[in-house]
Design a protein around this ligand. Structure first.
Ligand code: FES
Length: 130
């Protein structure tokens, strides 16, 4: 009887300790400060004023917002179709979700905003990371 109790305690201790050990190992093995991969590099001068520059293959749209730039993933947050950028706004052709120019949902079925990608200025170029 005592052996069973001891065995149960060891099992529970292992259940608690194992995830902590794995989390520590993951943090040790994962390098810190690794930049996300470069998706695009484009000249700032190529980004039109009042419109979006769309990279269909990469499924990215870059826009000016005042003096800064915004890059949005065009992967619909509903089921992953590619969102179209039209003069009327951003529309998903699959189920009709609409997004504003900052990627916020205007109408569903998508519930989450489009993903905003990191944009870095590198001299006269923009680097978009995703
Ligand atoms: S995949 Fe875009 S609305 Fe469904």
């Amino acid at each position: 009887m005592k052996t069973i109790h001891h065995s149960r305690r060891s099992f529970i201790t292992m259940l608690v300790a194992l995830p902590l050990l794995l989390a520590g190992l993951w943090r040790f093995l994962t390098p810190k400060g690794v930049k996300k991969p470069t998706l695009l590099q484009v000249a700032q001068a190529d980004i039109p004023v009042g419109a979006a520059l769309v990279f269909r293959q990469e499924r990215v749209a870059i826009m000016r917002e005042g003096s800064s730039f915004i890059a949005l993933s065009l992967v619909c947050t509903h089921l992953g179709c590619t969102v179209s950028v039209t003069p009327e706004g951003m529309v998903c052709p699959c189920h009709g979700s609409r997004f504003d120019k900052l990627g916020k949902v205007l109408t569903g079925p998508a519930e989450k905003s489009l993903v905003r990608l990191a944009v870095e200025q590198n001299g006269v170029d923009l680097v978009v990371r995703g």
